[in-house]
Design a protein around this ligand. Structure first.
Ligand code: FBP
Length: 309
């Protein structure tokens, strides 16, 4: 029963990237996630379900829990004194706190459309040195916390992915899998097929049709954190492509695509925009979107064959 902080200090011995400031930042992100987990589980009792009657920089309706989760993470990270830049899905501009230290880009509550219907949602985070707007390949660490039947943390550093489960009794995230590797191939694909005819790439329709012929099954929760979590554990592929409405897809590079791609690639999978590796994309805008194709090696390579002929 290794708690997260003990695990990080042990890992720091073999991985010089993990310094005390990074341990503090990750520990505080997970402390914030524990509070959010508690709020999510009691949301109906606390009357914090539903809309906050506001629109965010993405033009999306903000949920009360989105706002609350955002505040909890912002305040927690500010208090560390080790964060130099904070970028949130819910805030138009970056919050610059100092010149040096760690920058954190985060999606405080991913899966907003599922908040009110008690379906798994999560918090996604990406940690860089100094500036948030760096290619995903330069991430120091990335992870997500999923608020599902249990609350779980998946944390990646270069070369390693580990999985933790929140123990409600001790209040600790306890290590359940170290050096986690995802299956090379799966039997599940995950995409919003309601947009089938709106997808920009005809090759994508052919790829998805070929998976059906190979008896793949479709699973789509509509929370990226839940669809990626299943893809990591069961194998297969998760796709949010470009379509006639979302020319660059819907998912945001800095705090959705980059952290999830870093986790998947360090677990042995692949992540691409269809044209280039997601971790190689040089960020231009804080809230820019990219097409996302990620998952097991076999399926992603197969998809690229269909897309690039
Ligand atoms: P937010 O909820 O953080 O805005 O994220 C966007 C998202 O909900 C992803 O979690 C999910 O993969 C996608 O949108 C679902 O979109 P759609 O309803 O168009 O399939």
């Amino acid at each position: 029963m290794i708690p997260l902080t003990t695990y990080l200090f042990q890992k720091a011995v073999e991985n010089p990237v993990i310094d005390d400031d990074l341990v503090l930042i990750i520990s505080e992100i997970t402390s914030a996630a524990k509070i959010i987990s508690g709020k999510v589980r009691k949301a109906a009792l606390l009357d914090i379900l539903g809309s906050a009657k506001k629109t965010n920089v993405q033009g999306e309706e903000v949920q009360k829990l989105d706002e609350l989760a955002n505040e909890i993470i912002l305040e927690t990270l500010k208090c560390t004194g080790k964060a130099c830049m904070l970028a949130s899905e819910e805030v138009e501009d970056c919050l610059v706190l100092s010149d040096t230290g760690y920058s954190i880009a985060f999606d405080p509550l991913d899966g907003s459309s599922n908040i009110d219907v008690n379906v798994s949602i999560g918090t996604i985070f990406s940690i860089q040195k100094e500036d948030v707007k760096k290619p995903g390949r330069e991430q120091i660490a990335a992870g997500y916390v999923i608020y599902g039947p249990s609350t779980m943390l998946v944390l990646a550093f270069k070369g390693s992915v580990s999985v933790f489960c929140l123990d409600p009794e001790s209040g600790n995230f306890i290590l359940v899998k170290d050096n986690f590797k995802m299956p090379e191939k799966g039997k599940i694909y995950s995409i919003n097929e309601a947009n089938y005819h709106k997808w920009t790439e005809d090759g994508l329709r052919k790829f998805v049709d070929s998976l059906k012929e190979q008896k793949y099954t479709l699973r789509y929760v509509g929370s990226m954190v839940a669809d990626v979590h299943r893809t990591l554990f069961k194998g297969g592929i998760f796709i949010y492509p470009a379509d006639v409405k979302n020319k660059n897809g819907k998912l945001r590079l800095l705090y959705e695509a980059n952290p999830m791609s870093f986790i998947v690639e360090n677990a042995g999978g692949l992540a691409t925009t269809g044209k280039e590796p997601i971790l190689g994309v040089v960020p231009q805008e804080l809230h820019q979107r990219v097409p996302v194709i990620l998952g097991s090696r076999w399926e992603v390579e197969e998809c690229l064959k269909y897309l690039n002929g």
